[in-house]
Every structure is written in structure tokens, then in C-alpha cells.
Write a protein that binds this ligand. Structure first.
Ligand code: SF4
Ligand code: SF4
Length: 572
């Protein structure tokens, strides 16, 4: 028998749960159109559209891809035609429109090819990626991407806590899911336990849900799970807060500003475990969820509703009463007023309460704080709500942070007991949004500054590198010049052309002008002689013949002297 612990504070508002648990979960009728928001996860960016207007899509087909680490995937909830991708009202307290994909169903509800995987055969990184692409987020209302929460160092997480407490009044979707589909929740828990290397799985369910407790116990026994246990916890609001439930089940007190994982525990909603099983084992991405429709309706009940079905159409199926004057998403303690009933339900929509003046009479005007500290007595986070109120009212947001504003889970217990009817939670939400906006601005400025500094540094580095390269080039040129000079100094003086012994003969002759003139004269004489017809010397006198012989001898002598190789012969 597990020893249970207590958390500080808590209240006991009327539960109003019986009304919606009288009939089984019913499938919601197919609407005329589905308006599917592309931002259905906590934090991060909206998903990026992956379809175009006019595309025909199948059920389970990706229509929005994650944009960043904290983003998630969005799928078509049924088969049909994409008729619009534009900004439309969404289920967000800001009331601001956001990007949505509108699908006109073709009535076939035709799935993509669904391929389940065996988680035992899959690397954990791939398994987490599979969950990311299946659009699995926390279905307890926080809608934080589950793949990020399902990462843990080996042996760091001792206890996986499955949250089936469902402490908020009116909401019964988890209760009905556990009653009807306990086996699939347990199978999902098995996958999550493997991913976290958790030693044990503890399923906490408030003791006002005996059917759910029994169903979950049966599923555990049927599956023969040794390290999985169902624990009935006391019914007290907000016993379903993650830190509060971990405290009750394990005794772990999570200090301010510390994550539960650092203390060895991780917490998931039972609906998330169910969707993990469908994504992994059946290959079905998250395209629907269980939604409690209650309050001022004829037939309060739970529906399995396709994501994107407009609030008005879903409420109509439960028989909306004519005096309904608005809708609340979530419970009366933590829920938010729905700005437009034409918005499609999202992964965060666990409950829709049709309100009426009789059901929720207008709150009396707020009176001044009388410092009664009843708010502090019920605060489950052990805060000083009255101090937070004063600081936020005075816009001393730094002081509010010092008083652990961000540990406030916005449970509304303080407002619930406040005799002055001060809407305390609204002050805290406003303060948080102001701080986040300031942080975003600061982050944007920091990023811009870092980018500028990085650019300056890069320019400086490029400049330094260019100067270094130039210097290297100059050093190399100087070295080459010095080497050439040294080589020239070491080589013997080459012989000059004035040396007749080594100069080529033709060059020597061409270089002697006198010799060239003689050669030219000989050539002219030869040419002249060739022109003169030789005389018959036999008819001359002997004296004339002697004179001619003498001239011929002298010419021969001259030719001999002028012969081209005459000089060389002399040298040899
Ligand atoms: S319960 Fe209301 S009146 Fe009392 S201290 Fe808190 S804020 Fe002030
Ligand atoms: S809303 Fe915040 S301050 Fe008020 S009781 Fe809950 S946790 Fe405490």
C-alpha cells in the first residue's frame, strides 16, 4: 500500500461531474466544415502550412509542419478539400485570430495509410520523432509537445506519473476515457515508461471516480504489468496539478523554479498516454480527442470530436439551451471564455461549458483587499497571492517575480475563497503576459545585438586574413629575389664573344667590317667578269699575254687571301 502525502492548500468546489458521465462517449457528427488551427501547442511557433487551397487531403495527412523545436505537427481530421488557409478566430483567451486550415469534408472519412511501429525495435530518437510528426502534445490542457517531455537520461526518471485525477469541476473526459479505454491508456503508458527508462508507473485518480479506478486496475492486471500501479488520491482541488499530484503520490516536494524531472518524476495526462498508443502502435496521428460538453445543455456528455469542429456545432449535438450566454473552454476554475463559438476545437479543448446567468451569476464587484490571507491558506503552490496581487496591480513586475509569480498554476483557488471577490488570477495572467512580452522584446534586441557583433567580428577577421595573405605573398617574393641573387653570385663569369677561340667563325666574320668589304668587292668583280665575254688570248702578242697572266696571278693571290676559311687555316 503506497503511502500518500499532502500538498499545501486546496479547496472543495462542487464537482458537477455526474451530469456528463451518464452516457458513454459518443462520436461527434461530421460537421459541414472543420477549422483547424495551426497553432495548437504550448509555446513555440505556429505550424507551417503544408497544403494549399484546393488540395484534397486524407484523414491523418499532415497539413501543418513543425516550425522550430517547440512546435508541433497538425493533421487533417478527416478527408476532404482544403477550402481556405487564413486567419480565423481560435480558442485562445486573447481573442486574436490565428492561421487556420479549413477543410470541407467529403464524407468518406478516408485515412492515410496507417503504419504502426514496434516501439521495442525502434531507436528512442526515432520514436520521439515519430511522436513529433504524429502531433502528440499533452492533452491535460497544457499541450506541450510530448516528444520533448519524453526525453530523459537513463535512470534519471524514477517515476512516471499518469494523471487521471481530473480535479477540475464539470470536466469528465479523462474519467470516461479511463472507464472505456483503459487497456489502450496502459499500453501507451508502457511506451512512455520505456522512453523515460522509468522504474515505475503510478496512475493517480481521484477517489470520486471508482469506475475509472476499477477499469484501470483491470487493464493493469490483464497486461500483467509488474511496475504499474493505480492509486486513488483524495478529491481536492487542484490535486490534479502536476506538482501537487507528484507530491501526493511520491512525497517529492518540487522547490520553486525546479522541474519535476530534476526530482526524478515526470507527469503525463492519461489522454496523452492514449494518443501515444494510437500514434505508435496503430500509426494514427492526433486528429481527435474526447471533449466534455456540459453546463447549460440538454444532454451533457462526452464526445470523441474531430479537431477543428466548430464549438457551436459540437454544443448543438448536446442540445444547447436557448438561454446560453457564452461558452467556457476548460472548467470554471481555470477555464477561459471562448471569444468566438465559430472557432474549431483544438488539442487543448478538454471541456466546453455552455454558461447561463443561472449557472454562473455575474461576480459581485471587487472590493479592496482586507489582508485576510485566506488566499495564501489555500494556495497549492505555497505562494502569497495577496502580495502578488499588490505587486501586479502596482505593475511592480520584478517584485512579483521575486515572489515566484511563475510558480502560480492559475488554479483560481485564491479567487475562489477571496471574500473581496478580487479576480486574482486575471491579475496574474496579465502580469505574466506583460513579462513574456518584455522578455520577447529583450530577446529580439539581444539577438539583433549578437548578430551585429558577430558580423563586426567576421569583418574584422576577414580583414586580418587578407592582410596576412598579402604579407605572406610579399615575404615569398622577397625570398625568391634573394635566392636568385645568391645563385647569380655563385655562378662563374661566362666567356665573351671577343674570344676568337670560342666564337663561331660566321659570327667573327660578320663582326669584321674590312673582311665584309673585301668579300663584297670580289662578288662584284665576279659579276662583272661574268658579263664580259672572254677574249681569245691566242691572237695577242706574247707581251700582252704575259701582262694578262700577271694580272690573273695577282687576282688569284687576292682570291686566295679573301677565301672564307683562310684565317682558320692559319690558326690551325
Ligand atoms: S483573500 Fe482576498 S482579501 Fe483576503 S488577503 Fe487574499 S486577496 Fe486580500
Ligand atoms: S491561482 Fe496561483 S496564487 Fe492563486 S491559489 Fe492558485 S497557484 Fe496560488
Amino acid at each position: 500500500m503506497r503511502k500518500l502525502h499532502h500538498f499545501h492548500g486546496g479547496v472543495h468546489p462542487p464537482t458537477n461531474k455526474t451530469q456528463s458521465t451518464q452516457t458513454p462517449i459518443a462520436p461527434a457528427a461530421m460537421p459541414q466544415r472543420l477549422v483547424i488551427a495551426l497553432h495548437q501547442h504550448a509555446g513555440g511557433n505556429a505550424s507551417r502550412p503544408a497544403v494549399q487551397v484546393g488540395d484534397h487531403v486524407l484523414k491523418g495527412q499532415i497539413i501543418g509542419l513543425p516550425e522550430g523545436r517547440f512546435s508541433s505537427t497538425v493533421h487533417a481530421s478527416t478527408s476532404g478539400t482544403v477550402t481556405a488557409i487564413d486567419r480565423q478566430p481560435v480558442l485562445h483567451p486573447s481573442g486574436l485570430p490565428d492561421l487556420c486550415v479549413t477543410i470541407e469534408p467529403d464524407g468518406k472519412d478516408e485515412w492515410i495509410e496507417r503504419r504502426g511501429v514496434d516501439y521495442r525495435e525502434m531507436h528512442h530518437t526515432d520514436l520521439r520523432q515519430h511522436l513529433r510528426m504524429s502531433g502528440i502534445v499533452g492533452l491535460g490542457g497544457a499541450v506541450f509537445p510530448s516528444d520533448l517531455k519524453l526525453y530523459a537520461d537513463k535512470r534519471k526518471i524514477k517515476t512516471l506519473v499518469l494523471n487521471g485525477a481530473e480535479c477540475e469541476p464539470f470536466i469528465t473526459c479523462d474519467d470516461m476515457l479511463m472507464r472505456e479505454r483503459a487497456d489502450q491508456i496502459v499500453l501507451g503508458a508502457e511506451i512512455m515508461q520505456a522512453l523515460l527508462y522509468a522504474e515505475e508507473v503510478v496512475i493517480g485518480i481521484e477517489d470520486n471516480k471508482p469506475e475509472a479506478i476499477a477499469a484501470m486496475q483491470r487493464a493493469i492486471i490483464a497486461g500483467n504489468y509488474q511496475n504499474m500501479e493505480v492509486v486513488a488520491v483524495p478529491t481536492i482541488y487542484p490535486g490534479g496539478g502536476a506538482k501537487q499530484l507528484i507530491r501526493v503520490l511520491t512525497g517529492i516536494e518540487v522547490p520553486h523554479g525546479v522541474r519535476t524531472t530534476e526530482m526524478g518524476a515526470q507527469c503525463f495526462n492519461v489522454g496523452t498516454a492514449y494518443s501515444v498508443y494510437h500514434a505508435v502502435t496503430l500509426g494514427e496521428p492526433l486528429v481527435s480527442r474526447i471533449v466534455t460538453v456540459t453546463g447549460n445543455v440538454e444532454h451533457p456528455q462526452n464526445f470523441e470530436a474531430l479537431l477543428g469542429i466548430p464549438v457551436t456545432e459540437l454544443v448543438a449535438q448536446a442540445g444547447n439551451k436557448p438561454d446560453s450566454n457564452g461558452y467556457i473552454m476548460g472548467g470554471p476554475m481555470m477555464g477561459v471564455a471562448i471569444p468566438s463559438a465559430e472557432a474549431g476545437i483544438s488539442k487543448a479543448t478538454n471541456c466546453i461549458i455552455a454558461s447561463s446567468p443561472a449557472l454562473f451569476p455575474p461576480a459581485p464587484p471587487a472590493l479592496p483587499c482586507i489582508r485576510c490571507i485566506r488566499c495564501a491558506e489555500v494556495c497549492p503552490a505555497d505562494l502569497q497571492p495577496q502580495e502578488l496581487f499588490w505587486f501586479t496591480k502596482a505593475k511592480e513586475l520584478g517584485k512579483a517575480q521575486e515572489y515566484h509569480l511563475f510558480d502560480c498554476i492559475e488554479c483560481g483557488a485564491c479567487s475562489y475563497v477571496c471574500p473581496s471577490h478580487i479576480p486574482l488570477v486575471q491579475y496574474y495572467r496579465f502580469a505574466k503576459s506583460e513579462i513574456w512580452a518584455h522578455e520577447r522584446e529583450k530577446d529580439a534586441a539581444d539577438i539583433a545585438r549578437e548578430r551585429h557583433e558577430f558580423r563586426q567580428e567576421r569583418l574584422e577577421r576577414d580583414k586580418r586574413e587578407r592582410a596576412e595573405k598579402l604579407a605572406q605573398k610579399e615575404r615569398a617574393a622577397a625570398a625568391a629575389k634573394a635566392a636568385a641573387a645568391a645563385k647569380a653570385a655563385a655562378t662563374p663569369e661566362p666567356a665573351t664573344t671577343a674570344d676568337p677561340a670560342s666564337a663561331p667563325a660566321e659570327t667573327a666574320k660578320a663582326a669584321d667590317p674590312a673582311q665584309a668589304m673585301i668579300q663584297a668587292a670580289i662578288e662584284r668583280a665576279r659579276a662583272q667578269a661574268a658579263k664580259v665575254k672572254p677574249k681569245n688570248i691566242e691572237n695577242l702578242t706574247p707581251a700582252q699575254q704575259a701582262k694578262i697572266a700577271e694580272i690573273e696571278a695577282r687576282r688569284a693571290k687576292i682570291r686566295e687571301i679573301a677565301r672564307p676559311d683562310a684565317g682558320q687555316d692559319e690558326e690551325q
